[in-house]
Design a binder for this molecule. Structure first.
Ligand code: HEC
Length: 114
């Protein structure tokens, strides 16, 4: 009985995932990775340390544990939503990023620091 249940659980979850994916464009890891690659990498670099241009702009090093500890998710979200005092940092909606993607992007940014 237990075995049958666990067999069915995965396809059902996958189907729901797909359904919600189409219905409400819920973000999934792939979309967010693409957003990062298309929109963020230019400044934050493939590895999160910051590109040459990004360093000129004053990007933080996402691989730095001290930096990660210094910012809460809420603070990051605030910066991403409204921009910061740094005139080189625009709010992400100006880059065409959906506000619904911010949490997933924060998770991705946190992931640069292992
Ligand atoms: C034009 C360059 C540029 C682009 C493109 C860019 N950023 Fe940034 N980002 C910056 C700079 C500069 C800062 C530092 C801002 C500051 O310290 O005030 C920053 C800071 C951040 C922070 C830290 C905010 C904090 O409060 O500590 C996060 C998170 C972040 N960016 C995520 C992203 C994501 C996700 C994208 C892509 C959707 C992105 N950025 C695109 C330049 C950029």
């Amino acid at each position: 009985m237990k075995k049958i249940f666990s067999c069915c659980a995965i396809p059902i979850t996958a189907m729901f995932g797909l359904y919600f994916g189409f219905a409400s464009s819920t973000v999934n890891a792939e979309d967010v990775n693409k957003t990062y690659k298309d929109t963020c990498e230019l400044c934050h670099g493939t590895d999160g340390k910051g590109s040459e241009a990004g360093k000129q702009f004053g990007v933080p090093d996402f691989t730095n544990a001290d930096y990660q500890k210094s910012r809460t998710d809420a603070q990051m979200k605030e910066s991403m939503t409204n921009g910061t005092k740094n005139p080189n940092y625009v709010k992400l909606s100006d880059l065409g990023v959906d506000a619904a993607d911010l949490d997933a992007l924060i998770t991705l940014v946190r992931g640069f620091c292992k």
